[in-house]
Write a protein that binds this ligand. Structure first.
Ligand code: PMV
Length: 347
């Protein structure tokens, strides 16, 4: 008797760091943002996710780096798998194993890379042949920022306006080799607290309670256009101050959220101060800080300034390590068939 075809696939994707932050949801169920965002997908670090649908299973089984996933991340995985089951008309539960080639202590969150890899693997396993755009929409359901990790280089996620989310997906705007001189120095700080509240919930609190949120929302379209333009023109003098302006705006609405969302440590704040002082000393912007909902700081600079910037930041008390990363490629299918296979993919 012929064995039924095994529904399994492995996909990998990289983390990204946002230059314009996604912070605000208009529909938490569909993960629809209140604003468009822009990020850089990073090189070297990857999440690799294997998905296997198995009719014998009585529930979805999820492991992250070899350990069973906690209830929050597991719910998000199941939410995304449910969407794949509905689209592919597949019944049955799945086994999901996801591993990062970077430690949690690398300062990079794995939710964007992990959910982009999960979307790619689950779609491929079920034979869903999705366009990159549709894959981005699917990844969005796991974690908003994952919609951007589907692509490499510089990526923009347009918020969209449709209530069903069909126009809310990311697209690549510039390839990874667009600006080889640009580098992200990840500055890892000591005693970074673990996240108390998930981003999806934290940002809803900000929308409801931060008095500065409405103003931020009004400022964002112009700031995003200016950042996009400075990237296109490879212009650090304009780009670096804008990256910091955006980071400061994000931090301000977090800190004025009730209860306050304070992601930084004393050391993170010292890193921000040192970058400001480096720029003042150089009489031109030579570096730009940004951070996500965590204490580690990403410092953008040019390769020629990297040794000097690194020396200044690495000696600050509480800085554990620095890792320099350039822009990297998008997600790719490692094993299985599916979105990258032949024929015309569906939108
Ligand atoms: O994708 P989420 O739900 O983990 O939220 C990401 C939020 C930020 O990292 C702070 C900003 C961003 O755009 O990546």
């Amino acid at each position: 008797m012929a064995r039924p075809k095994e529904l399994s696939a492995t996909f990998e994707a990289a983390p990204n760091i946002a230059l314009v932050k996604y912070w605000g949801v208009r529909d938490p169920g569909l993960v629809l943002p209140t604003n468009s965002s822009l990020s850089v997908t990073l090189e070297r670090f990857r999440s690799r996710t294997h998905v296997r649908f198995d009719p014998e299973l009585s529930e979805d089984r999820v492991t992250l780096n070899g350990a069973p996933a906690g209830p929050g991340p597991r719910d998000d995985v199941v939410h995304l798998l449910d969407r794949v089951r509905a689209l592919a008309r597949v019944t049955g539960y799945a086994e999901v194993h996801s591993r990062n080639n970077f430690p949690m202590a690398s300062g990079l969150a794995s939710s964007a890379s992990g959910f982009a890899a999960l979307a790619g693997a689950a779609a491929a396993a079920t034979g869903l042949r999705l366009s990159p755009r549709a894959l981005s929409r699917l990844a969005r359901l796991g974690s908003g920022s994952a919609s951007r990790s589907v692509f490499g280089g510089f990526v923009e996620w347009r918020a969209g306006t449709r209530p069903d989310g069909s126009d809310s997906y990311a697209r690549p705007i510039l390839p990874p080799d667009h600006w080889p001189a640009l580098v992200d120095l990840v500055v890892l700080v000591d005693r970074a607290p673990t996240k108390q509240i998930r981003s999806n919930e934290a940002m809803q609190l900000t929308v409801r309670t931060s008095p500065g949120y409405a103003r931020r929302l009004m400022e964002l379209p112009a700031r995003l256009r200016r950042i996009r333009r400075a990237l296109m023109e490879r212009d650090p003098r304009r780009l670096f101050p804008l990256i910091m302006e955006e980071c400061d705006s994000f931090r301000e609405v977090c800190e004025t959220t009730r209860p306050s969302l304070d992601y930084l440590t004393v050391t993170s704040r010292a890193v921000l101060g040192e970058v400001r002082s480096l720029n003042r000393g150089a009489a031109r912007p030579i570096a730009a800080y940004t951070h996500d909902a965590g204490a580690h700081v990403h410092v953008f600079t040019l390769r020629r300034d990297l040794p000097g910037v690194r020396r200044r930041l690495a000696r600050l008390p509480g800085v554990l390590r620095t890792v320099a990363l350039g822009p990297g490629p998008g997600g790719r299918l490692v094993r299985g068939s599916g979105p990258t296979g032949g024929g015309r993919p569906r939108e």
